[in-house]
Design a protein around this ligand. Structure first.
Ligand SMILES: C[S@@+](CC[C@H](N)C(=O)[O-])C[C@H]1O[C@@H](n2cnc3c(N)ncnc32)[C@H](O)[C@@H]1O
Length: 324
């Protein structure tokens, strides 16, 4: 069954498509390019807002990129992995791709080992997790997978800062230890707990806590893994609540320049698409309640500039929050 997703998913994937096309174009002289998708998902997804509208997943988008990637590796849990493999095999019979079944944190080592002969080639890794599935060790392995004097693997990571406070049960007397432990494994440090304690005591607001989580990830990518630049793209839903931040980490000024342009382009598409998603929700609520709308939203709001409420942070990461 294809998964049913909100409009922001499509926007995130549109940014991915835009960036990948620029990445392979900028890497033409290298002759070989590598794409790694650690949470590859299903081959396609159905839009929640637009009936019957199919959203192409990240794996297909990477395979559709022009100029094409030379080598692609998709990671996905079983049994989804075999479905994805089956769907892609018939559509892309002659491409060098592989769907690697299992937990990407465990399978990454073997795959990077196999790719060592091309660890000089420009490589992009998409880490589209749902919440805290990725482990810091995996990010570290990706950052170290390179030849001397070559740029590191570029990372584009979903950091679910907007969702994690609810997962933690931040406002209850006991936090969810399971989620907290997962967060420590993802950040590779317990340092985020300082901001947690400050938030529970009222010294930080919820928004400041969310911001601290994203900042800590950026700080660790820059300071501990040595990435030259990180860029954040913040996504909020139709009610204006923060959902997630996309963090880009690069070792190359060209990558930084391209992602900056791609983020700005996406930011300029914002507003109308979000409004359209809101209208669709309203329309389907009304229709469920028996009031069939006079117009279809697609007819009333055709081809408006698309986009979503985003904030593109240009500031460098700052030292993580510490209690005095
Ligand atoms: C948000 S979805 C990814 C969507 C995908 N990028 C797309 O465009 O369709 C996250 C996916 O990661 C998979 N997943 C979760 N934990 C995983 C793990 N440890 N290793 C590999 N895949 C995992 C889930 O089964 C799910 O399909």
């Amino acid at each position: 069954m294809p998964r049913d997703w909100g409009w922001w998913t499509e926007q995130k994937l549109d940014i991915l498509s835009d960036y990948l096309a620029a990445f392979t174009k900028a890497s033409t002289r290298a002759g070989t390019t590598v794409y790694l998708d650690l949470f590859a998902g299903q081959s396609e997804n159905i839009s929640r807002e637009r009936t019957g509208h199919v959203i192409r997943g990240s794996a297909r988008r990477a395979l559709d990129t022009s100029p094409p990637f030379s080598v692609l590796r998709f990671f996905e849990l079983t049994p989804n992995a075999s479905d994805l493999d089956h769907a892609l095999r018939s559509e892309y019979p002659n491409r060098d791709f592989r769907v690697v079944p299992g937990d990407c944190n465990q399978t990454i080592d073997q795959v990077l080992h196999e790719l060592r002969p091309v660890n000089w080639a420009p490589t992009f890794a998409f880490l589209d997790q749902q919440s805290t599935e990725v482990k810091w060790d995996t990010l570290e392995r990706l950052a170290n997978h390179k030849r001397a004097n070559k740029p590191k693997v570029e990372l584009w990571l979903l950091c679910a800062s907007g969702l994690l406070p609810r997962g933690l049960r931040l406002r209850r007397s006991e936090i969810d230890d399971n989620v907290a432990n997962q967060m420590s494994l993802m950040f590779g440090t317990e340092q985020w707990r300082e901001a947690l304690a400050a938030t529970r005591e009222g010294d930080l607001t919820g928004a400041e806590f969310r911001d601290e989580l994203t900042n800590l990830m950026r700080w660790r990518l820059e300071r501990d893994l040595g990435y030259k630049a990180t860029r954040v793209f913040k996504v909020t839903n139709t009610r204006g609540s923060e959902i997630f931040d996309m963090i880009f980490a690069t070792d190359h000024w060209v990558g930084d320049k391209i992602m900056r342009a791609v983020y700005s382009k996406a930011a300029s598409r914002q507003g109308a698409l979000r409004e359209r998603a809101r209208q669709h929700r309203k329309q389907s609520r009304e229709e469920k309640a028996g009031h069939v709308g006079l117009f279809d939203v697609d007819e009333v709001m055709p081809n408006q500039a698309e986009g979503f409420t985003v904030s593109v942070a240009d500031l460098p990461a700052r030292p993580p929050y510490r209690r005095h």
